[in-house]
Each structure stands twice: as C-alpha cells, then as structure tokens.
Design a protein around this ligand. Structure first.
Ligand code: COI
Length: 353
C-alpha cells in the first residue's frame, strides 16, 4: 500500500509519562484513508494530527454510522515496540463493519496502516511501567446527506494516545452498579460490535451510576434483565466456587481480545471456564454465601480490573474483602508481562513492530 507522508512543522512536547491518565494526549500524526464506491479504500496518508473537515450533513453526525477499535503498542525492556494480537482487532473491525453496513478494510491493509503510523510515532510509546500507546482506529460515514440510505463515502482514521491507567482507581478494585432498568444490547442488535452508538446508549446508566458513587455499570440481558452480560468498558469474569464464569459471545457481548486471552490463560492453568449464561440472582447468591471468590473486568483500556463491590436492587455484595483476588492478580501479572515483553509468549500473541 502506498502511504503518503506529510511532515509536521509543529511537533508537540511529550506528555509527563507519570501522569498520563487515559485518552488525554494525542501524538503528532494521524493516518487517514478514504472510501468511495468508485475507488474503494484509497488515499492513505499520514498527516499532522488535527481537526477533520466535515460537512455538517455528514451521515455519521445524524445516523451514527461509525465503528472503532482499541489496541495498544507496548515498549519492551529492550526498547522494542510490540503489539498484542492485532489481527484480532482487524477481524473484529471487519465484523463491526459488516453489521453497520460499512465497507471492510482488508486485514493486511489495516495492519499495514497501524504499523506505518506506529513507525512514525514510535518515540511516543511511553517508557514508564504500566504505560502504553493506545491506538484508536475508527471508520465513519462522510456521505453528505440527511436522507437515510446506505452511504457510499467513508473515512478511516487512526489516532494515537499515550496512556496510563484507565480507571482513576488504578489496578485497585472498582465498585460496580448492576443496571436493572436500562438496556445496552438485545439479540439481533449491535451489542457484539464496537460501534459508537453502543457507548452513546450506555452513557445515561453510567452517569447515574457514577452519581451514586459507582465506577461502572454491569449490564444485564436486554430481554429479561436476568442474565449477566458485560460492564460498559470491559467484559466481566467471576470466580465462583473455584470455577470461572463469563457470558458467552452470542450476539450481545463484545468479543474482547483481553477476555479471550484470559480464558486461554485460565484454561492453561487448569481452571474450568464456563462461557455460558448465568443469572444475576445466581451471582448475588454466590456473593451472599461467600462463593463469589473473585470478580474482574477485562479490556484493552482497562487491562484486568478487579471488581470489589456489586450493587443490585438495593443490595451490596463485597467481593474478596474489596481486595484484588489471587487469580485476578496472576492474570494481570502474566498478561501484562507478555504485553510488555517481560516474559515468554507461549501463545504467540506478540507482533513486533
Ligand atoms: C478499549 O478497551 O479499547 C475500549 O475501546 C473501551 C473504551 C470504553 C475505552
């Protein structure tokens, strides 16, 4: 693929690596690519990071035809830059595109684009422990119309952001509010995709939960509000009486790369992992009788985030005395050691830049 390069004459000072937070700083360059029905995906270029020019009638602004991905680049102790299972993001983006009627980007083109931008911006991959360069690829419809029909013009953009911890709590347990009224996804909907609309629709519940002192919402199924699905920014896994439970990927839950990696690690350590529907009543009962030993969320941004408290319909259960569990910690340590190149990669997950 031919990628044009436009040099910036205004490079930024790097952000303080000890205070990055999440998603607050952006690098010097971004990659863009256009799609038209006539030319397909074309015009790949790396240009200085900055505002995009859009018609106010752009389809995305009215009908939210947009999908995105989240991945990270890590700096190893030897100062190499590496990615974690990037092909999974390429494929998930394709599956999101299919559901949202957006033209797919071939896997090799997507990976080439990510790599090309990272090569230009490798100095932005932070050095401090636990930090990384978050990669946010996204595609949206630029079609100039307020008519509702399948659009033919799209833009693909990749931006980069040096990040630290996703939650202000760091890797300490978070408090989760189980949402029993609002719904994130239903069968046949877009729950399995990474489309902006899913996140917009979940904002109200998140704001309400935060007002009550909770970090995030745990969603239940859209039909009966009975089965546990996922947390707003991560998949959720629970250790109950020695066995790991997580909701299956069958249409309403995001197929998380970190979720899949944790399941593979857990199985390799001999744990039984049930990817099956389980009810909130079962989970709360396990919390009441002490069988809910650990709970944690998984996600690219959140990595592994212990859950210390669940609130559901007026009842609170505290998990593992609000401390990070043993298995949660082991998963965090193993996964992050692989991602940051501090240990072997037995599953061949790492792709070097
Ligand atoms: C990610 O984990 O990469 C996400 O896109 C989640 C988002 C809420 C930050």
């Amino acid at each position: 693929m031919n990628i044009k390069f436009q040099e910036s004459n205004n490079l930024k000072a790097k952000a303080d690596e000890n205070n990055l937070g999440f998603g607050q700083y952006f690098t010097d360059y971004m990659l863009t690519m256009d799609y038209t029905n006539e030319k397909g995906w074309h015009n790949a270029q790396i240009i200085p990071y900055g505002p995009l020019s859009l018609s106010p009638a752009s389809f995305v602004l009215h009908y939210a035809q947009e999908v995105f991905e989240g991945m990270k680049a890590y700096r190893t102790p030897n100062d190499n830059i590496q990615l974690f299972r990037p092909e999974m993001n390429a494929r998930r983006l394709q599956s999101s595109c299919e559901r949202l009627c957006i033209p797919k980007i071939p896997e090799n083109v997507f990976l080439e684009a990510v790599n090309a931008l990272l090569k230009v911006e490798k100095d932005w991959v932070p050095h401090v422990d636990g930090t990384s360069l978050y990669i946010r690829p996204f595609i949206f419809s630029t079609e100039e119309t307020v008519g509702l029909h399948a659009a033919g013009n799209f833009k693909f953009v990749i931006i980069l952001s040096p990040v630290g911890n996703y939650y202000p709590e760091g890797v300490n347990p978070v408090k989760i509010y189980v949402e029993d009224k609002l719904v994130r996804a239903s069968k046949g909907g877009t729950g399995f995709t990474k489309c902006g609309g899913n996140y917009a629709a979940s904002m109200l519940a998140q704001v309400q939960a935060q007002e009550k002192g909770y970090t995030q919402v745990l969603w239940l199924d859209g039909e009966k509000r009975k089965y546990v699905e996922e947390v707003g920014s991560m998949n959720a896994l629970f250790k109950i009486d020695g066995k790991i439970y997580t909701s299956p990927i069958d249409g309403t839950v995001l197929p998380g790369v970190t979720r899949d990696s944790c399941i593979k690690l857990l199985k390799s350590w001999g744990y039984e992992v049930a990817e099956e529907h389980f009810s909130i009543d079962f989970l709360m009962e396990a919390g009441r009788n002490g069988k809910l030993e650990e709970a944690f969320g998984t996600g690219t941004a959140a990595v592994i985030s212990p859950i210390g408290e669940l609130f559901y319909k007026g009842e609170t259960v505290i998990i593992n005395n609000f401390k990070t569990g043993e298995v949660t910690q082991k998963l965090y340590d193993t996964l992050t050691d692989i991602q940051w190149g501090k240990t072997e990669d037995p599953f061949n997950w790492i792709k070097k830049l």
